[in-house]
Design a protein around this ligand. Structure first.
Ligand code: PAF
Length: 288
């Protein structure tokens, strides 16, 4: 017999709330890990971190239609619920929250959260409405589960900052924590969308991370963003990425562009390889 307790499954808000209320009343710290499923080792790293810091872990799986644009991959986004549930059970997660679209957006639903400023550049410039969809669904998930802490991967770095700001601005009592990106041995950031890559594209994809790391090193050595960004874009195009949507050096918190790095910063990129849009980012920590 395994000593891992059975994974609870909820698809409605009231029984989920009843369970988390019992845990809260017992003084148990609750951690929420929101996902869109198609779980990979990057998600499992979030689950393992959640297990370490919380007494109770809730993982949500919901492919949120409101964060996909009309020409994006909502309908072909990978879905594999049975495998996901087996992975969550093996990871010792307490509860899987699996709402359907009607539960999250019942008829008459008409509220959206807009975060200004932070969402205007980077992915926000290419995915109108995306961060509004993310901020709205995460606010709902947090209000439904009422966790003490919610974990998000740093791979979606702008998303992490947008969610942090949303919770702070709306006084929602949850601590948002980022978890460092998990990478393949060759540096490619783990992503559910990597499974779209052809073998040829998969061989090219790690160039994204090697370029970001080179730029980060050169910034620490005193380099200027403008020249480094131009060389990085040229390198990606040469490798076969097209289009390169953006490559930018930004303040780690406000995401405002920076030219030289004097405080924590990030280098962020989004580029297509064939039909697949890849994003990645690395931190830049200036030498003391
Ligand atoms: O990063 C994701 O998987 C999604 O954007 C999230 C945070 C689960 C909201 O749908």
């Amino acid at each position: 017999m395994s000593n891992i307790p059975a994974l609870l499954r909820f698809d409605a808000v009231t029984p989920l709330r009843d369970a988390t209320a019992r845990w809260r009343d017992a003084g148990e710290r609750i951690v929420l890990v929101p996902t869109m499923g198609a779980l990979h080792d990057g998600h499992l790293a979030l689950m393992a971190q959640a297990r370490r810091i919380g007494r109770r872990v809730v993982a949500s799986i919901f492919v949120n239609p409101t964060q996909f644009g009309p020409n994006e991959d909502f309908s072909r986004y990978p879905r594999d619920l049975e495998t996901d549930l087996a992975l969550l059970a093996a990871a010792g997660i307490d509860a899987a929250y699996l709402p359907d679209v009607e539960t999250m957006y019942p008829p008459g639903f008409s509220t959206r959260i807009e975060v200004t400023g932070l969402t205007e550049g980077l992915c926000g410039a290419f995915r109108p409405g995306h961060f509004s969809g993310v901020a709205t669904v995460v606010t709902k998930l947090v209000n439904q589960v009422r966790p003490d802490i919610a974990l998000f991967g740093e791979k979606d770095y702008q998303q992490l900052q947008v969610i942090t700001r949303t919770m702070r601005d709306l006084d929602i009592p949850v601590e948002i924590r980022g978890v460092p990106t998990l990478r393949e041995a060759d540096g490619l950031a783990l992503s559910s969308r990597n499974r779209y890559l052809t073998p040829e594209e998969r061989a090219i994809a790690p160039r994204l991370q090697s370029m970001l790391s080179r730029i980060a090193r050169e910034l620490v050595a005193g380099g200027q963003a403008t020249g480094l960004v131009a060389s990085g874009i040229a390198e990606l195009k040469q490798a076969g990425f097209s289009p390169v949507q953006y490559l930018a050096v930004c303040d780690a918190e406000t995401l405002a562009p920076v030219e030289r790095v004097a405080s924590p910063a990030r280098v962020l990129v989004a580029a297509y390889l064939g039909r697949t849009r890849l994003i990645d980012n690395v931190e830049v920590v200036p030498e003391a």
